[in-house]
Design a protein around this ligand. Sequence first.
Ligand code: PLP
Length: 364
Amino acid sequence: MISKNIEKMDVSWVRKMFEMASSIENPINLTIWKPDFDVPEQLKKEAINAILDWKNQYTPNAWILRLRKAIQTKLKNENNIKIDTDEIIVTWAVSWGLSVILTTILNKEDEVILFDPYFVWYKQLVLQNGAVPVYVNVNSDFSLDLKEFESKITTKTKAIIINTPNNPTWKVYTEWELKTLANICEKHNILIISDEIYEKFIYEKSHFSIWSIYKNTITLNWFSKAYAMTWWRIWYMCWPKNIIEQAWKVQQFNFVSAPTPFQYACIKALEFDLSDYVEKYKQKRDIIFKWLNDYYEINKSEWAFYCFVKYPYEPKKFIKKCLENKLLIVPWDIFSDKNEFFRISFANDNQTLKRAVNLLNSFV
Ligand code: PLP
């Protein structure tokens, strides 16, 4: 009755925790990104004006022309990605974007490599497409273990999904790591799917787009969290020319086109300066690190919004303690086979962060 591929998938534990938060009175919810600011007023007005201006119908499957051009310019100037406008597809959300990609490229039992820990959806969407996720460990400092990566490549390896800056870890991959990875992929003719959605929120390091040195790459990027518009669901992907023709079919028959008024608003979003937001997140990162560092083993995140903290004692006991105190965190084993850490989101208001830190410190 049920598809074997779907049976292999799990439910989303991050969403479960999020839903659990709505049933607890006054919880301290550090599970997901919940910023203390909204979509900038100017961008809200753009969306409202587009609605009032009768821009409420289908757009062409890929985009509206002005948005396509604005994205093309952004990619060239900021990412050194030089592509034609017809190599970009605007779509909704990562789940749709990745579904288009994976449905276009995968056959049954193809292998897709993921670094462990991985963003949960990657695994589930690979399974949904009847393919096999293959895991590669990261090094103890969370950098990429490229020797292990090469050792896991087989004749069935079709693609690798990478994510920099990385969720769930706190890492931004270096240019050297990404160049070495690209060389290995070139040797074995592997497609890279590069999720770069957090590129705007890096602190001390800088972002490197792997497309700039390896063209057999599909780059995914978005507006969602950058502008606090997660529900507006606008994403874009740029594809190698030789496969985008096939991807059109998947986009056309599944997702049609992204919401029109929000596409218009996103043209303006690309011009919007985010430095104040980044500075505010950086202050939160520094505060959280300072407050927890005496009692916990914690790495200083290289980007917003998450940090990983080592369990001070047995994970089950610790999570139980958190729940008894209405504190919601995300256990690492949602993203991995192992369970040494828990994830907290510091995209939250300062008062909530203070309550959370006081509680956490009282547990050890
Ligand atoms: N990719 C990564 C690495 C993420 O962390 C997230 C969301 O948390 C997404 C994709 C999902 O983006 P969206 O909710 O816009 O589909």
